[in-house]
Design a protein. Structure first.
Ligand code: SAH
Ligand code: SF4
Length: 349
């Protein structure tokens, strides 16, 4: 029988759980410390807990749902991508991006994705299932444990496989656990959720007390084209999406980042840059331009550097904050280089 993962129990319930096992409340603090701040992945390692309790916990809970199946590092050593196998044999990917002084982790929230963007490898797989809170949080803990003492994770971005806002409850449960002082303790400002633009959930985030960063995958300022590139646009068109972003900005005081992947001959014309400027008027937004990654569909490839630079320059000329970075870490398979450039922009914001 498969045991319940302790990380699927919300933190405020841990104390009650231990008290129910006849333990004093302070044991919860000890347990949390083991789970979130040490490399312990099972209960017998938790040496300051009474032996009987360790045994009891070991019988009732697990702490590991992910097994690293493949671990590849880019030639420059800065991008590490891990393929995890879940209990049911399905797989997901997470990426660690290392800079001089900072470490960012990019995590997945679903196996597959239902939105079906035509250039996205995950979208082409279709939707398989939601990840649990434990499966989301564990991706971060895996890298934290591996980094060891003295080094820590500075940023977590929900930009891996899947649409985080289509798994809202578990995404938010994971955000809370990663953020809580009693949990992983990462400041909300160091957590960013990337979305294809699910309006009701963007509105829900605006109401939350935690000010996590929001990145919207825009890729076009024109509804007809965006219907193709980000099919959820048919349900949540640009006008309403932008108005939800304005609301998010007004309620949280945080600037929204717009990701704009450049596809050769599709959305990279300077006219389209002007359209984008017009759309984002009054938003004080940051636009993160990303060269398309190699995808299986030859239709979607990155424009020449000249074209990308011209697109960026037009945004700059019209006073929109914009970043454009080259691809890196692409030698370890598509998906990572793009994450790196995206993530750098968020950090330097
Ligand atoms: N579902 C969410 C988060 C995961 S996808 C979202 O769409 O925002 C993370 C980012 O990768 C998105 O901006 C997505 O558009 C982008 N992406 C997908 N396929 C890509 C490709 N082939 N090249 C470059 N970026 C890609
Ligand atoms: Fe891929 Fe994100 Fe589109 Fe889903 S929403 S298909 S993960 S780009």
């Amino acid at each position: 029988m498969s045991l319940k993962n302790l990380l699927d129990t919300p933190l405020p319930k841990w104390e009650g759980l231990l008290v129910a096992l006849g333990q004093p409340a302070f044991r919860a603090r000890q347990l949390r410390n083991w789970v979130f701040h040490t490399s312990a992945t099972d209960f017998p390692q938790m040496t300051n807990l009474p032996l009987a309790l360790r045994e009891r916990l070991q019988e009732s809970f697990r702490l590991e749902s992910l097994t690293a199946k493949m671990d590849v590092t880019s030639r420059d050593g800065k991008v590490q991508k891990v393929l995890f196998q879940l209990q049911d044999g399905k797989t997901i990917e997470s990426v660690q991006l290392s800079y001089e002084k900072r470490v960012s982790i990019c995590i997945s929230t679903q196996v597959g994705c239902a939105i079906g963007c035509p250039y996205c490898a995950t979208g082409q797989q279709g939707f398989d299932r939601q990840l649990s809170i434990a499966e989301i949080v564990e991706q971060v803990l895996y890298f934290a444990r591996r980094l060891g003492e003295g080094k820590s994770i500075n940023n977590v971005v929900f930009m891996g496989m899947g649409e985080p806002l289509a798994n809202f409850a578990n995404t938010w449960g994971a955000v809370e656990m990663l953020n809580a002082d009693e949990g992983f303790g990462l400041g909300a400002r160091h957590i960013t959720i990337s979305t294809a633009g699910l309006i009701p959930q963007i509105k829900e985030i605006s109401q939350k007390p935690l000010q996590v960063g929001l990145a919207v995958s825009l890729h076009s300022a024109d509804d007809t084209l965006r219907n193709e590139l980000v099919p959820i646009n048919r349900r949540y068109p640009l006008k309403e999406l932008i108005s939800a972003c304005k609301e998010y900005k007004a309620k949280t005081g945080r600037r929204v980042t717009f990701e704009y992947v450049l596809f050769d001959g599709i959305n990279d014309d300077v006219k389209q840059a002007r359209q984008l400027v017009h759309l984002l008027m009054d938003l004080d937004a940051l636009v993160n331009l990303i060269p398309a990654n190699v995808s299986e569909t030859p239709r979607f490839k990155a424009p020449s550097l000249d074209k990308m630079t011209a697109f960026r320059d037009e945004l700059e000329r019209l006073k929109v904050k914009v970043t454009l970075r080259g691809k890196r870490g692409t030698d370890i398979a598509a998906g990572c280089g793009q994450l790196r450039s995206r993530d750098m922009a968020l950090i330097n914001k």
